[in-house]
Structures are given as C-alpha cells and as structure tokens.
Design a protein around this ligand. Structure first.
Ligand code: FES
Length: 149
C-alpha cells in the first residue's frame, strides 16, 4: 500500500515539511520507509541509525509528534490514512533534516563521577543488596541513550 509521509527537511536556520510517498508492506517500521524514501526520492535526506533493533538509540525522531525510535515504530500501529509526520527530536539543536546535535549529552556525561563501590559488607569481599534496590536501578541499566525521555 502507498503511504504518505511528511518529513522535516532543513538545517538549524530554516526548514519545512516535504511530502513523500512510500510503498509499504506488512511488518515495515518507520525507518524502513525513511530508507526507501532516501533510496528512491531523497538521497540527501539525513537520518541517523545503526542497529535497526532498538539497541543503539540512534534513530530517535518525532513520529506524528511523539518521540519514538523509528526502527521500533511499526507502520501498522500508526494511522496511515493520513500523512505520517517525521521530524527531528525537538529537545536538541538541528544539524540537518532528522539529525540533531547530541553533544550536550556527552559533555554532561563527562561530568558524572565514576561509580566507586563502598567497602564490602561481608568478610568474603561481597556486598548485600535488597531486591528492591536492585529493581530500582535496573531500569537505568536498560538506558540505550536515545535521549527520547
Ligand atoms: Fe538503533 Fe533504532 S537504529 S535504536
């Protein structure tokens, strides 16, 4: 089926949505459609991606105004009867098209002190932790630094 997209094109100074059509089939995600548009209609369209598996956090964008990983956003979950908008995440300065400047995140990361564990709790050199404390930090261990939150 043919699906209409409105993709933001431009740089830090100016830009606008441009319309594209993509031939979409069952199982496709938004990133597949962007790649098809790049391949067939806009080979200068800038977009960042790496794993296409929701692991690297590179393909962050706003799809229909919602922050999403494009590689995990299934077209079957979107209302395809009207154009699907894709734009760069608004929290960061735009470099080109769907690519934003994330350097602020990495400069902040450099200021975070490395974890230094307290002295071991037990004579055998191990620590005792409550399951509730493990559960609390586990969520942060899953962060893929997509910067959508
Ligand atoms: Fe890696 Fe989407 S391409 S999270």
């Amino acid at each position: 089926m043919n699906v209409q997209f409105k993709i933001w094109r431009g740089d830090a100074n100016s830009g606008a949505f441009q319309e594209y059509n993509a031939e979409c089939s069952e199982g496709m995600v938004v990133l597949d459609a962007v790649h098809q548009i790049q391949r067939t209609q806009a080979n200068d369209l800038a977009c960042r991606w790496n794993c296409k598996a929701g692991k690297c956090g590179s393909c962050s964008a706003e799809v229909n105004g919602m922050p999403k990983l494009m590689c995990m956003a299934r077209l079957s979950d979107l209302p395809i009867e009207k154009p699907i908008t894709i734009e760069p995440i608004k929290a960061f300065p735009i470099l080109k098209d769907l690519v934003t400047d994330l350097s602020w995140n990495f400069s902040v990361k450099k200021r975070i002190r490395p974890f230094k564990p307290r002295p071991p709790d037990a004579p055998d050199g191990t620590w005792r932790m409550q399951q509730a404390d493990i559960d609390r930090v586990q969520e942060f261990r899953k962060c893929i630094e997509c910067f959508l939150c």
